[in-house]
Design a protein around this ligand. Structure first.
Ligand code: ATP
Length: 355
């Protein structure tokens, strides 16, 4: 456990919470300050004008030329001198790459072995199924079917590079075209998933190793272009102009779940935490998100997860309806991370919250 060894040499009275200047960094810095911890931001030059505006919540900025420099020995050394615990967010792996994120010799608040699982559509779905969480059925490219499906291409991000089709014939035809246009190499890598009709719902969780419990910290929906705009047009026009739906995220919208749905939501959150403990010990640490479609029967069908803090939590910098119920004080996920680290230090159990 690379990170645990490093953490054991840290001066716990001078810990810093560190993250990359992107995604949910401001929330993470703000939360750490609220818990009385020091903060350190790793930033490229062009982002400094933004983050310098928030110097009251950022104690140190380590400037790098490129994001990948995070893993340069001198930068790692610099962070260690500040007793830095690195909080991964959605930009970490994307900006620095797998090799760096998985092997960086710093304590990570989170489960670093999950990064690789997250990169593979198939492994991700397998983990969810092993957890006993309902997922959309999928088809193989050799199967014949007549069904509404969403086809997820390898390397697609943020809903870009997906298409919707109505039969195996149509799927094969469109994949062939993509190969011919050089847009994909191997059509077998595409994930062909039943399209679940309902509404999307992203449920945020936090697993606390120190309290051994799963907390629901919030929920959001994503505002996606153009799919969320298509309903403004009459169906007749849509058919005529033949616009394809795309799922490019523009922002996040807050949502609270019907209270009766929380039973299922919490159960799935717990199942996910248990599955990661079984398959990837020590298991998930801190925030994660189950990304689902809620059907008219109020089934929650999970099509994706994120094994770290999601951007939708930025809605709740001053706390969410759920974190308020657990903590009775303004508790963002950023602050919850710092609170977990503080509890771990008090219990002499920092090793439980870093990998
Ligand atoms: P990432 O987390 O990689 O940015 P994402 O969270 O945008 O991806 P995707 O899996 O890329 O989620 O899905 C994009 C959108 O496609 C979702 O918001 C959802 O509306 C839709 N979608 C994905 N899978 C299904 C499905 N099986 N049925 C219905 N809609 C789906």
């Amino acid at each position: 456990m690379i990170g645990r060894d490093v953490a054991s040499s840290y001066d716990l009275d001078r810990l810093s919470i560190a993250t990359l200047a992107s995604h949910s960094a401001l929330q993470i810095m703000h939360g750490a300050k609220a818990e009385g911890l020091r903060t350190l931001l790793v930033s490229t030059r062009e982002r400094l004008p933004l983050y310098r505006e928030f110097s009251h919540i950022i104690d140190e900025i380590v400037v790098v030329d490129r994001w990948r420099d995070l893993c340069r020995q001198d930068v790692v050394k610099r962070l260690r001198e500040s007793n830095a615990i690195l909080v991964p967010h959605g930009s970490l792996v994307e900006y620095v790459g797998h090799e760096c994120a998985e092997n960086i010799e710093l304590p990570i608040f989170g489960l670093r072995t999950l990064f690789r699982v997250e990169a593979s559509q198939r492994e991700k779905m397998e983990l969810l199924r092993d957890a006993g969480i309902p997922t959309p059925p999928s088809y193989s490219i050799d199967e014949d079917f007549e069904d509404l499906v969403i086809v997820k291409l390898p390397g697609a991000k943020g809903g870009k590079g997906y298409f919707i089709a109505m039969s195996s014939r149509e799927v094969r035809q469109r994949l062939r075209e993509l190969v011919e246009r050089g847009l994909i190499k191997d059509p077998r890598e595409a994930l062909i998933q039943k399209y679940i009709v309902g509404v999307p719902i992203y449920i945020h969780y936090f697993y606390s190793p120190t309290l051994d419990r799963v907390e629901i910290t919030g929920a959001d929906i994503r505002y996606e272009t153009n799919v969320d705009g298509l309903r403004r047009l009459p169906p007749r026009i849509l058919e005529e102009i033949g616009i394809e739906p795309s799922f490019v995220v523009v922002g996040n919208i807050p949502v609270v779940l019907r209270e009766s749905m929380l039973v299922k939501a919490l159960d799935y959150g717990r199942r996910f935490a248990e599955a990661t403990k079984r398959k990837l010990p020590p298991g998930i640490i801190g925030p994660y998100c189950l990304e689902a479609i809620a059907t008219p029967n109020l089934e929650i069908v999970v099509f994706e997860f994120s094994g770290r803090i999601v951007a939708g939590t930025n809605l709740y910098v001053a706390g969410s309806p759920y974190t308020h119920l657990y903590w009775n004080e303004p508790m963002s996920v950023g602050r919850r991370i710092a609170r977990e680290i503080r509890i771990a230090i008090e219990k002499n159990a920092l090793h439980k919250v870093v990998t």
